[in-house]
Design a protein around this ligand. Sequence first.
Ligand code: ZN
Length: 496
Amino acid sequence: MPNTIHIPTPLRPFTDKKESVEVTGNTVGELLTDLTTRHDGLKKHLYADDGRLRNFVNVYLNDEDIRYLEREATPVKPGDELSIVPSVAGGAPVTAAPASAEATAGKGAESLPELSQEEIQRYSRHLIMPEVGMDGQRKLKASSVLCIGAGGLGSPAAMYLAAAGVGRIGIVDFDVVDFSNLQRQLLHGTPDVGRSKLESAKDRLRALNPHVEVDTYETLLSSENALDLFAPYDVILDGTDNFPTRYLVNDACVISGKPNAYGSIFRFEGQASVFGVKGGPCYRCLYPEPPPPGLVPSCAEGGVFGVLPGIIGVIQATETIKLMLGVGEPLVGRFLIYDALKMRFRELKLRKDPECPVCGTNPTVTKLIDYEQFCGIRPEPAAQPAGAVANEWDTTPVELKRRMDAGDDVVILDVREPNEYQINRVEGSTLIPLGELPRRYQELDPEREMVVMCKMGGRSAKAVDYLRSVGFTKIKNLRGGVLEWIDTVDPSQPKY
Ligand code: ZN
């Protein structure tokens, strides 16, 4: 009887889209070797150059975390199932009586705020349940939560928290509402496009429940401001969409002793947990190191199923409210994975890592660090004026158009996915998605000049690096991608 390895969404491009692969072997290591023999493209994602399994790849045997055993030597029985769970950018917390529950749940009833007649009416369906009741509702009124981001996860979370009567909701964001947000970010409506997300969020939450205080912080969360921003709140709700902020939120929560209601989303798959609770693990116990930049696509690159953040954001809100009330079993030490396509929830056990650099016995990270650098992200180059060429490997849409019009022989290689190519494209371009390039680059002629393009220029820059590494020299990256092509050359096409 063969064994099964479950493949997470971000790695499925390397298994011909298969969700699980049948393999054989006697140990975890042998199963993984069999997997990477069958699907060679996975190797660089799972293993570092020195041959060890990468740190941000977690392997579970029959839903048990095997990170702390000799994981590759771990024996397997016929029929055992392995799951590979890599970190994804979209975010959450873990265990027993949480810190915030101590903070609010421990408050004597006499120190809790009273409810007005109107509030009693509004919360009547809570008040008649013994798990909430008058005291519980007053605890919620005395509680506060800071939502990091007013986007896909922050929207449903903040709306349910406001409706439930959490006394004070803070939101950190600096973005403006865009049409492409409306497919999932229900805090914002069509008339809000172009407005600040914070203003739009505040209006929506006040309309839902005027008894709730809404604090807004129009700023980028940073190592300089995180601890000050977190200080006045009981629970932090992580709705971020990038790794530097995710590690920053985690470390700031552990350092300041605040629970972190974590949620994360990618395409059809979501994750949730509760980190940073005394005695429970943190995000770094799960993923000590971030994936190399670019290995895991963002929602902007990979897409996200519109209803998915609704599910995950509401799970985050649920955990936040349970922490505030001190009821139920928090999602501490448990990692919830939700697959919307299969409509299946799985729960994996999470252990606190005694060696964790932040929450372990001898922490080495005791103050906030530079998280961009930690995640290997180079600072953005200074903005170039439109039409300027940044370096010899770059070109611009205007320059490309000029050469096409002059009849020059230039191959245009588009490295986006076929469904993106359906939306807009440069006529006459060749489509080879970035993930297929390593096995298909021989289809291209290195003797001809080539311009590589994608949506915004990020994936195509990687493609240029890769093609250079296999001997192509006459190649340039189309800076700004198809979006800048539409802005400066062909405004007749739709943007996404
Ligand atoms: Zn930890």
